[in-house]
Design a protein around this ligand. Structure first.
Ligand code: HEC
Length: 150
């Protein structure tokens, strides 16, 4: 009887681990022909996700323009728009499908924009903003190298 208990315990642990892997670590994904991982969204989720992405690019453009013009207010405002306040609007379905690594990279990108907005206001140093933007861009390209959407 004790043996059966152990077998059941091991089976339950295996199932729980598989579920945890699926829902927390891997998300809803498959391997793409180009070697990247495809995140399998519904149409509306993909539209939402790609709109957020284009907002990132708009922010990058606005920030670069602000740096060139030495306009710290423009830099702060553009960074704030894609800061972590943005995360409140992300539908739960998207969060569930994102692999853990993308959630981490996405969160750190939003937080880096928060920091950029705060520093632009408090330090007023465009060279510092440029170096922050440079760091953020390396996260953008790192994620794009590993993931795509369907
Ligand atoms: C957490 C991962 C991740 C991060 C971080 C990330 N992206 Fe993306 N982005 C993606 C994925 C996945 C796609 C879809 C690519 C594909 O299917 O080929 C994408 C697509 C895009 C697109 C295309 C949008 C469209 O309508 O097709 C743009 C523009 C973009 N990202 C800009 C950015 C910029 C700028 C940053 C950094 C500020 C960034 N992304 C950060 C994952 C990320």
């Amino acid at each position: 009887m004790a043996k059966l208990g152990w077998i059941l315990f091991l089976i339950m642990t295996a199932i729980a681990s598989a579920l945890a892997y699926k829902f927390i670590i891997s998300g809803d994904t498959e391997l793409a022909p180009d070697g990247r991982t495809t995140i399998l969204f519904e149409d509306s989720e993909r539209t939402f996700f790609l709109t957020e992405m284009r907002n990132f690019l708009i922010a990058v453009q606005q920030i670069t323009d602000g740096i060139e013009k030495d306009d710290m207010t423009q830099i702060a405002n553009a960074a704030k728009k894609v800061g972590s306040g943005d995360l409140a609007h992300v539908p739960a379905g998207i969060m569930a499908k994102l692999p853990l690594a993308t959630k981490k990279m996405g969160l750190s990108t939003h937080k880096a924009f928060d920091q950029m907005a705060m520093d632009a206001e408090s330090l007023g140093d465009k060279d510092h903003s440029l170096s922050q933007l440079n760091q953020i861009l390396s996260t953008c390209t790192a994620c794009h190298a590993l993931y795509r959407v369907h």
